[in-house]
Design a protein around this ligand. Structure first.
Ligand code: SF4
Length: 375
């Protein structure tokens, strides 16, 4: 089983907080899609023994693609890889792109899941983040997707924004619940270097939210969503029963995946490789049939560290039997030694052979993970 990730590195405008690899020069989309399809053909042997159970169009903003682009990409995927009949096929979309016309088009394509970048249902926050939609536009977009038959919808939300109060955050959460979506991902705002937001922070023009408020918002997120039936299955992800993201779960559970497009990563269990983060270099490499990429072999310690991070992020946790058989006695003992105090403090819990974070452990997950990783 494997997953395919398709990177669409275009956005109409750049959001204030964003450091993703993306371009606002949309005149290059046609030539990009040509190159992308060529890459999909070129790399067909990389999944020769695997069926594909998830396809994820991420970005950037995949909803900047036109119908002919998407059809071209699916044609290339279908011609070179074997998709399972029930494959989860997701497109990330921005609310302002989800016009009736666009959604009517999307629902005739193979997508069965839409992940909508709502971020907030507060107009002031949306403006501050330089998103192009307002709250009513986001609500309308979700409702129209539902009306047209999409029954697996995820929305992204952000918290920990400057000037965001707990009351505003609660209102956004309640609006998300009222929309009856199947999945919610919620991320704390990060001040990434080289973003406009970071410059504003450096210039003292924004006040980051304080640590206590951040934790309170995270706690509110978990309490509010779990009370209405969402499963908190990964630190940032919540799903109604039967709607856990299959694509993201394969990253967390170590399944093989291929990433296409500039900056996209691939993984086969032993190696990780990734395309150059430059559109012209990417296109030139593909056109010469010599993709511009870098590769790393993953040694045992790195694999162990990745297992700790991805395992502890999720409800599936760390399986002690897997830990021992896959990483050997030394790393297994290292884990047992270093995890002891977290069990004593009830930050970690064990059920049969599975170790997961407790409710209070989730709030200090970064610290726990870094203590359990081997340097
Ligand atoms: S739409 Fe998404 S990828 Fe594009 S600039 Fe905004 S946050 Fe970044």
């Amino acid at each position: 089983m494997a997953g395919i990730y398709i990177h669409i590195p275009f956005c109409k405008t750049r959001c204030i907080y964003c450091d993703f690899f993306t371009s606002t020069n949309e005149t290059e989309i046609d030539s990009y899609v040509e190159a992308l399809c060529k890459e999909i053909h070129l790399r067909k042997d990389e999944l020769i023994d695997d069926v594909v159970k998830t396809v994820y169009f991420g970005g950037g903003t995949p909803s900047r693609l036109k119908k002919n682009h998407i059809e071209q990409i699916f044609e290339a995927i279908r011609a070179n890889y074997q998709l399972t009949a029930d494959a989860e096929i997701t497109i990330e979309a921005n609310p302002d792109d989800l016009t009736h016309h666009y959604v009517d088009m999307l629902c005739k394509l193979p997508f069965n899941r839409v992940s909508i970048g709502v971020q907030s249902f507060d107009d002031y926050e949306l403006k501050f983040l330089s998103r192009r939609h307002d709250a009513s536009g986001a609500i309308e977009a979700v409702k129209y997707c539902q009306k047209k038959g999409f029954n697996n919808i995820s929305i992204d939300l952000m918290y920990g924004l400057p000037n965001q109060t707990l009351a505003i955050w609660k209102r956004s959460l309640q609006q998300a619940i009222d929309l009856n979506v199947q999945h919610i991902s919620a991320y704390h705002l990060i001040y990434e270097e080289k973003t406009r937001l970071y410059s504003l922070l450096q210039a003292g023009k924004v006040n980051p939210v304080d640590e206590d408020s951040s934790l309170e918002m995270f706690a509110t997120l978990i309490d509010t969503l779990t009370k209405v039936g969402f499963e908190h299955y990964e630190i940032s992800a919540f799903a109604k029963q039967g709607f856990i993201s299959q694509h993201n779960s394969s990253y967390w559970t170590g399944l093989k995946y291929l990433g296409f497009g500039p900056s996209a990563h691939s993984f086969d269990g032993e190696h990780r490789w990734w395309n150059v983060s430059s559109l012209p270099k990417y296109i030139a490499g593909i056109n010469n049939s010599t993709p511009n990429l870098e590769k790393e072999d993953i040694d045992l310690t790195t694999k162990y560290n990745e297992y700790i991070i991805t395992g502890l992020r999720t409800v599936w946790g760390i399986d002690l039997e897997v830990l021992k058989s896959r990483f050997g006695d030394e790393l297994y003992d290292y884990f047992l030694q270093n995890s002891k105090r977290y069990f004593n403090l009830e930050y970690l819990k064990k059920e049969n052979t599975n170790v997961t974070l407790t409710h209070k452990g989730i709030f200090i997950s970064d610290g726990i993970m870094s203590d359990l990783m081997k340097v």
